[in-house]
Design a protein around this ligand. Structure first.
Ligand code: MG
Ligand code: MG
Length: 270
């Protein structure tokens, strides 16, 4: 069942979305070669708790951490580890918080040091696909239009669009109806109505779309070990036009101020 949000609930979700966006900004200020996912995770947890909120992922289905930290061939759901990051890593960081009983959910793939043009293009196209699907996610459109927007963009580059993991409704629960796949057919699926709040999150692989689930019960990697990228926003579908509740602005500021991170050579849209 889809739970459409009232104006007041969307205002609360805006606050959760804002905090989760700021937390990713903190992550961007810390990432560098030599630091571990675990160190960044502990700082993120402290930051969230200092803001009178609760890490949204920790304990969710027994996930052990505040952040999902998924470097290189890890697609999503990586558990922050003691393994230091190194020059040339791309690191997808996904964060959820609960504030005023509502979840916020946002993700960004960071670049530590220099990477090949090939990998940079994967990040650029994945990021573009996020904004392209948000553009079509308007009242009256359907869930299939969102997936189609992501898939058709990724297809142009012969990238693999992950199918087993999807975006989702979000509110008092982290995962609500409807599911929001990154593939689909135009005009198919649930119609988008005013008050629908969803997390849209393209997960795009450089090679095969096939994935592998690891023995830790969480980590998902590409089957061919080629890199994967992931960007996510929490958005509210409104009669007046769809609003992006999360923002990557804090991330962009932190990347600019952090000499260890590569400025992405594509414009981050708002
Ligand atoms: Mg997420
Ligand atoms: Mg999500």
């Amino acid at each position: 069942m889809i739970y459409y949000k009232t104006d007041a609930e969307i205002e609360k979700m805006r606050e959760s979305a804002h905090l989760v966006s700021k937390t990713l900004g903190l992550v961007g200020s810390m990432l560098k070669p030599g630091i571990t996912g675990k160190e960044v995770d502990l700082a993120a947890e402290e930051f969230i708790r200092d803001h009178k909120a609760i890490p949204g992922f920790k304990g969710y289905g027994k996930f052990p951490a505040t952040l999902c930290v998924s470097p290189n061939e890890q697609v999503v759901h990586g558990i922050p580890s003691e393994e230091p990051f190194k020059e040339g890593d791309i690191v997808s960081v996904d964060c959820g918080v609960i504030l005023n009983n509502f979840y916020g959910d946002c993700a960004f793939t960071f670049v530590i040091g220099e990477i090949s043009e090939e990998v940079m293009q994967l990040l650029k196209v994945t990021h573009e696909s996020l904004y392209m699907c948000i553009e079509v996610a308007q009242v009256g459109k359907r869930i299939g239009d969102i997936g189609h927007a992501v898939q058709s963009h990724a297809d142009k580059y012969k990238y693999g669009v992950v199918r087993e993991l999807v975006g989702h409704g979000i509110g008092k629960n982290l995962h609500e109806d409807p599911q929001v796949p990154n593939y689909g057919r135009r005009g198919r699926g649930t119609q988008l109505k005013d008050g629908l709040v969803i997390a849209v999150e393209p997960m795009i692989n450089m090679g095969t779309r096939k994935i592998k689930h690891h023995e830790d019960g969480w980590t998902v990697t590409t089957a061919d070990k080629k890199p994967s990228a992931h960007y996510e926003h929490t958005i509210a579908v409104r009669k007046s036009g769809t609003e992006i509740l999360t923002t990557h602005d804090y991330v962009v500021e932190s990347i600019k101020a952090n000499p260890n991170l590569k400025n992405l050579d594509f414009t981050i849209k708002k």
